[in-house]
Design a protein around this ligand. Structure first.
Ligand code: GCU
Length: 132
């Protein structure tokens, strides 16, 4: 099977809202994180095996200012994409454990996070097969 696809609108959301007013999202919408430190989306990811994986986070940031997210302890940059309807992919490496993993992306500045469309988990280890 291929990489697992996790929509942001299906994740646990703390201080954010599911919206659909900017075109180009996949699924049924995207998450607009509140413009505060600490707003987050948390995905539950199942991994068949432990090992490294790339998190491909699809996002839009219609401002000119970076909106960093803390992703499971590491800060990742989410620079401007030119428009709220212009979606790009940010790749963040993580180590997954076998079974259930929580992937939490938390706003680190008062600007909040970018708008989040989805997460795709791409195993980086031969034979590691991740499934929803
Ligand atoms: C605008 C935009 C939202 C975005 C927000 C923000 O209101 O329409 O989609 O989330 O700016 O700055 O976070």
């Amino acid at each position: 099977s291929g990489p697992a696809d996790y929509q942001a609108e299906d994740a646990v959301i703390s201080q954010g809202a599911v919206e659909s007013n900017h075109a180009g999202f996949t699924g049924t919408g995207f998450v607009n994180l509140d413009n505060v430190v600490g707003s987050y989306v948390e995905w539950t990811v199942n991994a068949a095996a432990a090992g490294p994986a790339n998190l491909e986070i699809r996002y839009a940031n219609g401002t000119a200012v970076n909106r960093p997210l803390n992703v499971n302890g590491a800060t990742a940059d989410f620079p401007g994409t030119g428009a709220w309807s212009a979606w790009q992919t940010k790749t963040v490496p993580v180590q997954l454990q076998a079974g259930v993993n929580k992937i939490r992306a938390t706003s680190t500045t008062a600007n909040g996070g970018p708008n989040l469309d989805r997460l795709i988990v791409v195993p980086q280890q031969p034979g590691a097969d991740h499934q929803a």
